[in-house]
Design a protein around this ligand. Structure first.
Ligand code: DX5
Ligand code: ZN
Length: 218
């Protein structure tokens, strides 16, 4: 069984104070830091690039889980690797040469992930399964934090879990993950839980520990 990973998405953090935000969320119990990279083209929103990732690298040794919502992704993979990402996840829909993108990531010594939008079937990644370290099932349409979980994605989580079998591949979910959806996604096989608003939007007395604990216990 794969270990549970709580991966706060700093998309919902205070962008004027990202370094300390990353440091506190790790101190408060986060396992990974999820970094949402958006280009205003593949998704209708813009966030930050490799320079910001590189600056954040100084604040923690936690795993940096970089979710590239950019098209094309390939020209930027080396910069994100150099910036200190541990996992680099590209979208299946963002380029015609997924196998090449995954190889590019692994050739740079990084873990390779693929993300699937809600409408993309799991069968799209059958033939690259041995080139993957992580599968990210989008449980909302990518672009914004705070959206509602799409229940039809549960069946895809089950299918991805079956496809993984006993391979050492992380199964991640992203979007609308909160205490009320954690049970269903983990039962379906997800082990890495991205959460933005459920963590950064719910600080209690300046601490993220209660909201992280609520996800773990759910
Ligand atoms: C959505 C991003 C998510 C987002 C999740 O495009 O990929 O990582 O921050 O936010 P919540 O947890 O608020 O749905
Ligand atoms: Zn994400």
């Amino acid at each position: 069984k794969r270990p549970l990973r709580i991966a706060p998405s700093i998309l919902s953090a205070d962008f004027s104070n990202l370094g300390p935000e990353v440091r506190s969320v790790v101190a408060d119990g986060a396992d990974w830091i999820h970094l949402d990279i958006m280009d205003g083209h593949f998704v209708p929103n813009i966030t930050f690039g490799p320079a910001v990732v590189k600056s954040l690298r100084k604040y923690t040794d936690a795993i940096f889980d970089c979710h590239l919502m950019i098209e094309p992704a390939d020209p930027f993979i080396p910069a994100f690797a150099e910036a200190g990402c541990d996992y680099i996840t590209v979208h299946e829909e963002a380029g015609p040469h997924l196998h090449r993108s995954l190889q590019n990531i692994r050739n740079l010594g990084k873990k390779a992930g693929v993300a699937l939008n809600p409408a993309t079937p799991v069968s799209m990644i059958e033939h690259v399964i041995d080139d993957l370290d992580l599968i990210l099932i989008m449980t909302v349409n990518p672009g914004f934090g705070g959206q509602k979980f799409i229940p039809a994605t549960l069946e895809k989580i089950r299918q991805a879990n079956a496809l993984i079998g006993d391979r050492p591949i992380e199964l991640e979910v992203d979007g609308g993950i909160a205490p009320d959806t954690v049970g269903a996604v983990t039962e379906a096989g997800a082990n890495a839980l991205v959460a933005g608003s459920a963590i950064f939007g719910r600080a209690e007395n300046g601490s993220y520990a209660p909201s992280i604990k609520a996800l773990r216990d759910a």
